[in-house]
Design a protein around this ligand. Sequence first.
Ligand code: ATP
Ligand code: MG
Ligand code: FE
Length: 339
Amino acid sequence: MLILGLESSCDETAAALVTGDRQVLAHRLLGQEAAHAPFGGVVPEIAARAHVEALGPLVAAALTDAGVTLAQVDVIAATAGPGLIGGVMVGLVTGKALAHAAGKPLVAVNHLEGHALSPRLADPDLDFPYLLLLVSGGHCQLLLVQGVGRYRRLATTIDDAVGEAFDKTAKLLGLGFPGGPAVERAAALGDPRAVPLPRPLKGAAEPHFSFAGLKSAVARAVGKHSPEDLAASFQAAVVECLLDRTARALAAVPEAATLVVAGGVAANRAVRAALEALATKHGRRFVAPPLWLCTDNAAMIAWAGAERFAAGLTDPLDMPARPRWPLDPSAEAVRGAGV
Ligand code: ATP
Ligand code: MG
Ligand code: FE
């Protein structure tokens, strides 16, 4: 079983070839940092145009890397949302065209399901159900992953996503874009106790998240402390909030033998180390994908495609792109916040 995966929902264009038995034969990725850096964030129209230019050559390169032809591919998997609509359409339309031309089935993948199942690509022993902390540029959720396509959302953010908080903090500290890795590097040189910052929602009964107040507190402290001390103090506050909220969710799902973290912020070493210690304390196993599989990539989309195809799930060629697409559609909006 050979799956071609395509990803274009934000500012990474990517193509990958993955087998049903977890071999990543090729994974190609082209970031757009330089194009968006002057604007301090992703510009949707620039992103969509860059995906148009990059995706075709990346698919060709991935096929060459893997030493296969399109005819040897069994399934085409493409991100169909959620994300920036222009970019999502580029990847999905490309996937449909390839599926139609090669006469292969299409799997339209929810980008968040790509993140959610990515730990299973890296770890063949990771069984359902597991508690997933999904921490990315657009999301911060705790989900009970019961199976392919079966998610129960336990918590979400009532304002900013956690990756967004890293990016905004980096901007406030003049550390550049994208912010997460820059904040992590600066934090390594600072004192995490230097700046008193709030721990929003720590101790709250429901395991929801909030980061807007933390970002505002960083904004008020800028200029009074070194960027390194601010970055370290911010990161420590984030880690403490993630731990407190995850501990509460763990207690609610005794059936989950494993705590899993995924999404771009899962690449943060302080976040990984703290969660691993939490899992051990609660007698659960801990799984985090390798760093390259945390941030956006197409291998996770190919793998989600493999899992969905194995479950008998394929999609028609008139499948629409979905800019918003919650993993747990039954979960209610929390104070009007994002899905
Ligand atoms: P979503 O998956 O919610 O649609 P996205 O695809 O833009 O959003 P990802 O690529 O999964 O998000 O993650 C990107 C986010 O991860 C960015 O906000 C980035 O700053 C953050 N990030 C990446 N590396 C690190 C790191 N080492 N420490 C903290 N944050 C990080
Ligand atoms: Mg990105
Ligand atoms: Fe993502």
